[in-house]
Write a protein that binds this ligand. Structure first.
Ligand code: ADP
Ligand code: MG
Length: 680
């Protein structure tokens, strides 16, 4: 099996250059990948419905005999169609195909077929439009449905998969050792692969699926444990003295008790534990996590260690950099900023200063984990807004030192079971208190009819000298061209807000431009910022008092909460205006949660209840490798895989047992999808 991953997909018959490119779009580069490209769903044709029983709107399979000769013609709009009548014991049905010139040769009068499609029942009788069909003599009754991309059909994939399966060697090495397969009653790999793609019955799909899900979760589990186990060994980073009191004197404000507790937890970890710190600091937006990170950096730097602070966006990196520079200006601490947009010369200079130990604290983006970044003595790795980073990226940053300490900061409350997977065995400190004097952000849900009242409201705030955000989801979503956001900003600039300086910020802008817009906004040179969700993560502008969010229904609650966190960061009353024209009761109910509460934890709970756990795992946020078949919200399977993983670790803690060779290879494959090799 493993050798099939070495055979590029274009080696299959019928796969040329352009088709191979489509396959790559689907994540399929090799024949092995294709075999591991499992169907998304199945159509079960084994139990056809009688035509009389089929419901209007139902997608189902009927078994019917072709009655009439096939007629062809053109619709009023010039579309070519083929139509015929078919019947079973209960009734007759009209079947129509559009723009399909091959169908009339395929269909034979008086022969029996399975037709699978959507039923319409109306005044014109019973109909099916463009069903999939097969002759009754064709035994396969469960049909796989694959995720497609434009230009790729299910038929093409089915055909290629058939070829790929035929290339499997007679005996395939099964990564799951015999004893695990027996204990958990799992079918072997050969059966699983054959039946996940070309099953004979729904029962067989179930067996195959069960095994493949088990395998994938087990591999993920073991892979993540392996990352953690690396961290179990003694740390070389010895911290002897705490400087947190000294740090507090540098601040323009008093720390909250919750901030102080979090700092104490961290300092305890780095001073008193033999192994390195593994801590998550979780605190709602605006709770002051940055000060906690700064305090820990201060102690580390004063003890002679370097600190790396990795954040997801350049804007945020720059902002943290500026505030660290301000805070530590008289402390004899060297701070650097390393982002992808720095010039090559700048980057080289900063990397040199990291390697020589001249830089004490570096703040940056993913640029920190590229291969050519080296540290002299990295003592701590900090990641901000961790939900944007993957386990692998975290690991890569840690790999820059000799078992350095790890501090992860997150504003996203995650349900416990899911947290176990994402954060593994991190210790947790919670900042459950906001800095004093904060007023809850007043939140309103309005429809477009009130847009102009909202504009007037915003103008009022601008008159007072405050700044405001208008968020439109257009650019990042890729649904509307960039021009739409630009046009919208221009419109506001020329028309509604012509008396005020309006700026535009979106993800596709050059970093330098982004930075300069953000800086102008922070300085008050721009007072109204039209932005996409790039401002979602952590940006801090004190006198921003209104955030208006267009098409609010397109955002998840947790994301809205993050966005709302951009205002209400100072003493003034702030406002969040959610604009939505949705008529759906569910949507409005969901959005109204925002008006009811300002608590991130409550909002995450509601998100979980209303939308299921998908959001916590959707959109790559967790950075775990993409799974081909398992679903992390399937808690039952996750639990079973955890049990099996523990059993395996008991037998062979470092997975060196000969029987685990296949598992080791699979871990490498899965983790490399997430960007890191964990076992060598
Ligand atoms: P987050 O937890 O969302 O990262 P930040 O660290 O950005 O929050 O802090 C939000 C704002 O609150 C910042 O402007 C920061 O200077 C301020 N702040 C943090 N801690 C305190 C405090 N104890 N008292 C007053 N203001 C604080
Ligand atoms: Mg923050």
């Amino acid at each position: 099996m493993s050798s099939l991953f070495e055979i590029p997909i274009h080696k299959l018959k019928g796969v040329g250059k352009s088709r191979a490119e489509l396959f790559v779009k689907l994540g399929v580069k090799s024949v092995g990948d294709l075999i591991r490209y499992y169907p998304r769903a199945y159509e079960d044709w084994s139990k056809p419905v009688s035509i009389a029983d089929a419901q209007n709107g139902e997608v189902c399979c009927i078994r019917a005999t072709v009655a009439s000769p096939v007629t062809e013609g053109y619709t009023k709009n010039g579309k070519y169609f083929v139509r015929f009548t078919a019947y079973d014991e209960t009734s007759a049905i009209k079947i129509t195909f559009f723009n399909n010139r091959f169908i009339s040769d395929k269909i034979k009068r008086d022969e029996q077929y399975y037709f699978y499609g959507k039923i319409t029942k109306d005044n014109f009788g019973i109909q099916m439009i463009s069903p999939t069909l097969t002759h009754v003599s064709n035994a396969q009754t469960v049909h796989p449905i694959y995720n497609l991309t434009a230009g790729m059909s299910n038929k093409i994939i089915e055909g290629c998969v058939r070829q790929a399966l035929s290339m499997l060697p007679d005996v395939i090495k099964d990564p799951l050792p015999e004893f695990i397969r027996q204990e958990y009653s799992l079918c072997d790999l050969r059966f699983a692969l054959q039946n996940i793609h070309q099953p004979n019955s729904a029962e067989d799909v179930k067996k195959a699926r069960h095994r493949l899900v088990f395998e994938e979760l087990l591999i993920l589990n073991l892979g993540l444990r392996n990352l953690k186990n690396k961290r179990r060994s003694e740390t070389a980073v010895k911290v002897t003295k705490s400087y947190s009191d000294e740090f507090e004197k540098l601040l323009p404000f008093k720390l909250t008790n919750a901030q102080r507790r979090a700092i104490t937890d961290c300092i305890n970890d780095v001073m008193n534990k033999k192994t390195s710190m593994n801590r998550l600091v979780q605190g709602d937006v605006g709770s002051g996590k940055t000060a906690v990170a700064a305090s820990v950096c201060y102690t580390m730097a004063k003890n002679g260690y370097q600190c790396a602070f990795m954040v997801p966006t350049e804007i945020l990196a720059t902002q943290h950099y500026n505030s660290f520079c301000e805070l530590f200006k008289n402390c004899n601490i060297n701070i650097s900023l390393l982002t992808g947009s720095a010039t090559a010369t700048e980057k080289r200079r900063i990397r040199q200063s990291l390697a020589s130990g001249e830089t004490d604290i570096v703040i940056g983006t993913h640029a920190l984990i590229t291969e050519d970044t080296e540290f002299k003595n990295l003592g701590i790795a900090i990641t901000d807004e961790q939900h944007r980073f993957g386990v692998a990226q975290r690991g890569a940053l840690l790999g820059k030192g000799e078992n350095p300490h790890l501090l992860v900061m997150s504003a996203t409350p995650i349900p416990r079971t899911l947290g176990l997977i994402i954060y593994g065995d991190l210790d947790i400190s919670i900042i459950d208190e906001l800095p004093p004097g904060r007023k809850a952000v007043a939140t309103y849900l309005i429809d477009a009819g009130k847009r102009h009242r909202a504009y007037s409201f915003i103008k009022n705030e601008l008159k007072k000298g405050n700044c405001c955000y208008i968020i439109c989801p257009l650019v990042e979503e890729g649904e509307l061209p960039l021009a739409a956001a630009e046009e919208y900003a221009a419109e506001l600039m020329l028309d509604e807000f012509s008396d005020y300086p309006v700026g535009l910020l979106h993800g596709k802008m050059k970093s330098k431009d982004k930075e300069s817009v953000m800086q102008k906004f922070a300085d008050g040179e721009i007072s109204l910022l039209v932005a996409t969700t790039v401002v979602e993560v952590g940006v801090d502008v004190k006198n921003a008092t209104v955030i208006m969010i267009e098409n609010a229904e397109r955002f998840g609650l947790s994301q809205l909460h993050q966005l709302r966190g951009r205002v209400g960061r100072g003493q003034e009353q702030s406002y969040c205006i959610l604009l939505s024209d949705s008529k759906s009761e569910d949507t409005l109910k969901r959005l109204s949660v925002m008006c009811r509460t300002n608590s991130g934890f409550e909002i995450a709970d509601e998100d979980l209840k209303l939308r299921g756990p998908g959001d916590f795992f959707g959109s790559r946020q967790h950075g775990l490798p993409t799974l081909s078949i398992a679903d992390l919200s399937d808690m039952q399977s996750v639990a079973v895989s955890q049990q099996a993983a523990e059993e395996i670790i008991r037998i062979s803690p470092d997975l060196s047992d000969e029987r685990l060779k296949g598992i080791r290879a699979e871990i490498r494959r899965l983790m490399s999808k997430a960007g890191e090799n964990t076992l060598n």
